[in-house]
Design a protein around this ligand. Sequence first.
Ligand code: KG4
Ligand code: ZN
Length: 339
Amino acid sequence: MRENVYILAIESSCDDTSAAVSCNKKILSNIVATQEIHKKYGGVVPELASRDHQKNIVPVVDAALKNARISLSQIQAIAFTRGPGLMGSLLVGASFAKSLALACRLPLIEVNHMKAHIMAHFIEGEKKEPDFPFLCLTVSGGHTQLVIVRDYYTFELVGETQDDAVGEAFDKAAKILGLPYPGGPLIDAYAEKGDAQKYRFPISNMPHYDYSFSGIKTAFLYFIQEQTKQNPLFVQENMADICASYQACLTDSLLKKMMEAARQYRIKTLCIAGGVSANSLLRKRLQALEETQNYRIFIPPFAYCTDNAAMIAISAYFKYLKKDFCSLQVAPLPRLEIK
Ligand code: KG4
Ligand code: ZN
């Protein structure tokens, strides 16, 4: 039998400071400190994010160890997010992880944040693991990617957004509607009671399996400006319908390319990952494909959709099995690619 491997993982790529402790594929603790400061600015302010990471990192790591009832002396490796993300934010997590690894003489494992979102599917829990190969739609505030996952270590990017991420399209629209950051979950909540057929926004048709969301975002802005000129109360009076219609168009766009890629590559196992995979319409429409079109569908639990260190820990576990450690010289990479 394999020995138990305890890993302490740190995630600080954007505006959540998170630490997790894992034992093999099980998560013993997963602490996330969400930075509230960005709400009033309508988006993440990089300088403020790195300052908050500095404040949060020690208490968050401390809480992760305490909640897991594991002492630092039991940890066998330290993992951290190397990128992609904001440089100032990544630096806090990376520097902390390196210092701790050096002080405790532990191996260091660097993790790609986008791969980690996908790897969250392998965290031991109630749900079964997806079978290989599978197609994963990774949707977050900074990325929109279609990735074929051949095994735990092989990721093939087949398409991605050429401009804004879908999370950004949610958040920017929410800002136009006067909602605080991050607006994605609020659009989701308002949409629940709205009529998704009421308004239509243009879906871009990019070549191959790529996406584009800058057009729909601009169309949304012009639409709201035009309507409020005629009726200043337009947004208040139609919030649910606006949110439902916009959300439906974004979801149509996401699923259209995903299904084309699934057919082309003959893949019957489909997954979603990243912050936007918490969206209820996306989850519902994907789930429906299991019944209607015979796909196997895998959707992560809510806690592992948005940024968290549990996904960094599970990714690090598979790297640990291959003794894939990194040196203390390794630097964060804000534009780290998935390949
Ligand atoms: O993966 P994530 O936590 O951070 C990044 O790596 O970017 O994703 C954050 C994004 C934000 O744009 C947020 O608005 C969006 O995920 N999001 C949602 C929902 N929950 C989070 N978008 C739509 N519906 C949701 N329920
Ligand atoms: Zn993320």
